[in-house]
Design a protein around this ligand. Structure first.
Ligand SMILES: Cc1cc2nc3c(=O)[nH]c(=O)nc-3n(C[C@H](O)[C@H](O)[C@H](O)COP(=O)(O)O)c2cc1C
Length: 206
């Protein structure tokens, strides 16, 4: 049974990205059959941001209780990534970038020797062979508009993911959700239609 890691990072209960992550799981199940899904909701259960007291857990030699706890959390998060065949990532746009709970997750999983290496002189991502689907939700419109240059979310995510080896990444966007209930519904419907098309494409390629 394929392993899927579903990561959410919205801080709101009525979240567009969280709903769409569930839609991606349901659509994949129609194609692949039952999936083993591990859910990591960083918005509902945030992981701590790194501090001077915990940094050595991911960069250095952990010694204190706090540093060892951070190392254990980082190990667990990286193990979830390694075990996944596919990763579905829910990413709301906050202040033109990613939500800070998601940034805290990246700070724990981007670890030298574990998820990337400079051994060959150039950075090499070590988490390879994963299919990644990122669901982005945005209050405004960015795609093919003059606001496109203010989209620091998608290029940043693409870079972070590829830095640790994940280059098979597809983005699904729900945009303009802050423009009222009709616009929110339209954005959800558009994203759902994109998800259905994407899964049909996976099916055709299989
Ligand atoms: C703290 C915060 C910052 C936001 N910043 C932006 C922004 O910079 N650009 C934008 O288009 N929407 C912004 N929004 C709107 C969200 O992107 C929008 O509500 C989206 O649906 C959030 O995803 P979610 O519904 O999964 O939580 C912001 C919302 C919050 C709560």
């Amino acid at each position: 049974m394929p392993n899927v890691l579903a990561i959410n990072s919205s801080i709101t209960p009525d979240s567009v990205s969280r709903a769409l992550v569930e839609d991606v799981i349901a659509a994949l199940e129609q194609v692949d059959g039952p999936l083993s899904v591990t859910r990591r909701d960083l918005g509902a259960e945030p992981i701590p941001h790194l501090t001077a007291a915990t940094l050595a857990g991911v960069r250095g030699v952990p010694q204190s209780v706090a540093e060892l706890a951070t190392r254990a959390l980082s190990d667990a998060l990286i193990a979830e990534l390694r075990a996944a065949d596919a990763i579905i990532l829910g990413s709301p746009m906050y202040n033109f970038g990613i939500a800070t709970p998601l940034r805290a997750w990246f700070d724990h999983v981007i670890r030298a020797g574990e998820t990337f290496s400079y051994d060959s002189g150039a950075p090499t991502g070590l988490i390879t062979g994963k299919r990644v689907i990122v669901v982005e939700s945005r209050g405004g419109q960015y795609t093919a508009t003059p606001n496109a240059s203010a989209d620091f979310q998608e290029p940043y995510l693409r870079h972070l993911l590829s830095f640790i080896g994940m280059t098979d990444v597809t983005f699904v966007r729900a945009e303009g959700v802050a423009f009222g209930p009709a616009a929110r519904t339209e954005a959800l419907e558009g994203a759902r239609s994109d998800i259905a098309a994407l899964v049909r494409q996976f099916n055709a390629a299989a």
